[in-house]
Write a protein that binds this ligand. Structure first.
Ligand SMILES: *[C@@H]1O[C@H](CO)[C@@H](O)[C@H](O)[C@H]1NC(C)=O
Ligand SMILES: *[C@@H]1O[C@H](CO)[C@@H](O)[C@H](O)[C@H]1NC(C)=O
Ligand SMILES: *[C@@H]1O[C@H](CO)[C@@H](O)[C@H](O)[C@H]1NC(C)=O
Ligand SMILES: *[C@@H]1O[C@H](CO)[C@@H](O)[C@H](O)[C@H]1NC(C)=O
Length: 456
């Protein structure tokens, strides 16, 4: 989740900070630094780096996320260069950034990341320019899309832009699956914009909250319909593995079972339960063939301590102090190599059947809102200057000229059911509206108190 709270309520485990050598000297960026772009085409349902399967080994990166003031961590070269040596120490190949200022230049940081072999998974929303889950129709407007497209413009030419996330936890409760068509429309529009502007095929997908009632329904929905409307991948936030645990105790075996046969790449956009001391046992499962047939790695939440207990390091100005779970994660990564070959990736790439309307799925049919006419113009003209983080915002900008005025059918393509596509109704724990991160800890505690019974 983009951090907007300071919980502490259930932040049970606090790692003991200890000082560690600051790592290798700052890398001097070279404008020509390029990495092999990551693709989703290849011989299986996974990410590829050239002809090799690519596993995301990364961290979520939002230093300053706990301050309540949205900032762009990769527009600040000083901060970026401070942190890259620690990324290198961890041995990661990817960071996820939750919001950027699309009016700023990112060359220095992006080149420094590339020089360190690190890719970027980027959320294209900001707090002001995003869907409003309480009013998705009004907030799906051309002012919003202009900002999203300007962010694509700002990052599309970097070789190490791995993927764009078209939304993060827009659906965060059992009650707001009505947002799904808008999330899917934004994803479709972003794919179309990337194609129309002649950029390389940077993958676009959505990062889903761990809501038992609809996370898998949303997975099916984002992978159903025509190819232009299907996501390039799906990403889930999952905190159900709380050390000490295991593949079966955590329920990750069921997760793998449920997603087996899913037709697009899947990864964890957030993981790392803090109920107990983190030793990152789950790394041994995530990059092991018991999971790599379905998952292409993941991102640990999160790099820096921001007030809710998830930080791998504590930052104070220019000083970075690794916490004990930083060392644990570094060791866990080092101990678990990727599988050889294609890691058991499935070779089918079928679309899913769209979920049907139900008590858990408040979507009447397969139609999507058509792109607002004013936003469609950007396909040929380009989006122009981005509004940055200080613009007026877009959530209340809907009106007769900025909003969508029709629908586009999603159902006309080749739709083939996969083994995971039928209605997966969960009678699991109801997710309250508030703090999903704290809730996931509650769920995890309940889960472990129940001795691993299927509460989820
Ligand atoms: C950039 O980051 C450094 C290190 O955290 C900080 O001291 C500085 O104020 C930041 N600069 C801006 C413009 O935010
Ligand atoms: C979350 O969903 C539950 C179950 O549908 C509902 O009772 C609750 O009111 C919802 N919360 C919000 C904020 O919509
Ligand atoms: C619609 O909203 C946009 C953006 O806020 C504004 O520029 C435009 O004047 C509005 N148009 C109408 C017809 O209200
Ligand atoms: C897997 O699917 C079953 C059956 O639909 C569901 O009850 C369960 O919650 C799912 N488990 C996970 C971990 O996703």
């Amino acid at each position: 989740m983009r951090q907007t709270f300071s919980s502490g309520v259930l932040a049970l485990a606090f790692a003991t900070a200890h000082v560690m050598a600051a790592g290798t000297p700052v890398l001097v960026p070279r404008a020509s630094t390029t990495l092999t772009p990551i693709t989703v085409t290849g011989n299986g349902l996974s990410f590829y780096q050239g002809s090799d399967r690519f596993y995301i080994r990364g961290v979520d990166y939002q230093p300053g996320g706990g301050t309540g003031v949205e900032t762009d961590p990769i527009a600040n070269a000083t901060a970026c260069e401070r942190d890259i040596p620690y990324f290198t120490q961890l041995g990661i190949n990817t960071i996820r950034v939750y919001a950027v200022d699309n009016s700023k230049n990112h060359d220095t940081c992006m080149n420094a990341l590339a020089a360190a072999g690190i890719y970027l998974v980027l959320d294209t929303d900001t707090s002001k320019y995003s869907l409003n889950r309480n009013d998705p129709a009004e907030s799906y407007n051309s002012v919003y899309l202009q900002s999203v497209f300007a962010t694509i413009d700002a990052f599309a030419t970097y070789s190490n832009t791995l993927a764009f996330l078209s939304g993060n936890e827009v659906i965060n409760n059992a009650s707001n699956t009505n947002c799904a068509p808008y999330v899917k429309a934004v994803t479709r529009d972003m794919k179309q914009y990337i194609g129309s502007r002649g950029y390389r095929a940077i993958p676009v997908g959505y990062s889903a909250a761990d809501v038992a009632q609809n996370q898998e329904l949303m997975a099916d929905y984002m992978n159903c319909g025509t190819d232009d409307q299907r996501s390039d991948f799906y990403a889930i936030n999952d905190y159900s593995w709380c050390d000490p645990s295991s593949f079966t105790t955590s329920g990750w075996d069921q997760l793998v079972k449920n997603y087996t046969g899913y037709g697009i790449p899947l990864f964890m956009s957030e993981y790392g339960c803090i109920t107990n001391t983190r030793t990152f046992e789950e790394v041994g499962a995530l990059y092991n063939t018991e999971m790599t047939g379905v998952f292409s790695g993941g991102l640990v939440y999160e790099y820096s301590q921001e007030g809710n207990g998830y930080g791998l390091v504590t930052i104070d100005g220019d000083t970075v102090v690794p916490n004990s779970d930083f060392t644990a994660l570094k060791s866990a990564y080092a101990a678990q190599a990727n599988p050889t070959g294609n890691g058991g990736a499935s070779s089918t790439s079928a679309a899913t059947t769209c979920p049907t309307e139900s008590a858990d799925w408040d979507v009447a049919n397969d139609d999507l809102p058509a792109i607002p006419a004013e936003a469609e113009v950007y396909m040929s003209t380009g989006a122009g200057t981005g509004p940055g983080l200080d613009g007026a915002g877009s959530q209340n900008s809907g009106n007769s000229s900025t909003e969508s005025t029709g629908t586009a059918s999603a159902g006309s393509g080749t739709v083939t059911a996969t083994s995971t596509s039928s209605s997966k109704k969960s009678d699991g724990v109801r997710i309250p509206p508030v703090d999903l991160k704290a809730l996931s800890v509650v769920v995890a505690v309940l889960f472990s108190m129940a001795g691993g019974m299927a509460l989820l």
